[in-house]
Design a protein around this ligand. Structure first.
Ligand code: DGL
Length: 268
């Protein structure tokens, strides 16, 4: 299949959280066109079953492939944890997912090979990060912790709030007790909590931001496949969502770090 380098990159997530990945991509690859899909009508995925998530993931991947994307990026850790293979199987274009990117980021960061992973309950129960890390290095020790309250706290904008700090201290206690030197932020929402999490974890722990790790992986893959957009005009960004909930614009802009325009509502 011939892929056109000026075609967009397709990025998708269960909601607005994947905009942290879009933001990292915009910074790392400022000439790439991007089509984003956020399933805002059906978010959150992090507490749903594997069957339901696989079904939704298929629908979204097919939607983006019809937009002639040159690359698909699974920005949602929960989808990547349980439905990455579904996307690989149906996609004629290359597929990258945040878990693989985060796993490589963790391996690069950890000297002691003692790694903590935090994410939604579905991501943590799937054990996907441990599998991804062990595929590269079997002797790394992984300690994981589901942090279901972080997603609503971030959407509330409580990025530096006593409630969030207390919650983080409680969630991180067991993983920090294991003498980890690296903590993988295995959820789209967690990069916004980075300063607070770094304070709670202390200076001896390196945080791996899976959004940044993904932007690096994307840049490397586009170079390797000769798929980087050669055009130097300002790129086109389009956003598709399945609902426009209350405070969508505010929350979306917080994740993206800039104005959110070109938003289209898809009715399924
Ligand atoms: N996007 C999800 C993730 O990265 C978090 C939100 C959700 O539960 O759908 O795991």
């Amino acid at each position: 299949m011939h892929l056109n380098p000026s075609n967009p990159i397709g990025v998708f997530d269960s909601g607005v959280g994947g905009l942290t990945v879009v933001r990292a991509l915009m910074e790392r690859l400022p000439f790439e066109n991007i089509v984003y899909f956020g399933d805002t009508a059906r978010v959150p995925y992090g507490v749903k079953s594997v069957e339901t998530i696989s079904h939704y993931t298929t629908q979204i991947a097919e939607f983006l492939l019809a937009k002639e994307v040159k690359l698909l990026i699974v920005a949602c850790n929960t989808m990547a944890a349980v439905a990455s293979q579904v996307v690989q199987d149906l996609s004629p274009v290359p597929v990258l997912d945040v878990i693989d990117a985060g796993a490589l980021g963790a391996l690069a960061a950890s000297g002691k090979k003692q790694v903590g992973v935090i994410g939604t309950p579905t991501t943590i129960n799937s054990n996907a990060y441990a599998r991804a890390i062990h595929q590269y290095e079997p002797d790394v020790r992984i300690y994981s912790q589901a942090c279901p309250l972080f997603v609503p706290l971030v959407e509330e904008g409580w990025l530096d709030h006593p409630v969030t700090r207390l919650t983080a201290q409680e969630y991180l206690k067991p993983v920090l007790a294991q003498d980890i030197d690296t903590l993988v932020l295995g959820c789209t929402h967690y990069p916004l909590l980075k300063p607070l999490l770094q304070e709670v974890a202390g200076p001896g722990v390196r945080l791996v931001d899976s959004a940044e790790a993904m932007a690096e992986r994307t840049a490397a893959l586009l170079a390797e496949l000769n798929l980087a957009n050669p055009q130097r005009s300002s790129p086109d960004y389009q956003y598709y969502v399945t609902d426009v909930p209350l405070r969508f614009q505010t929350i979306g802009e917080r994740f993206l770090g800039r104005t959110l325009a070109n938003v289209h509502v898809v009715k399924w």
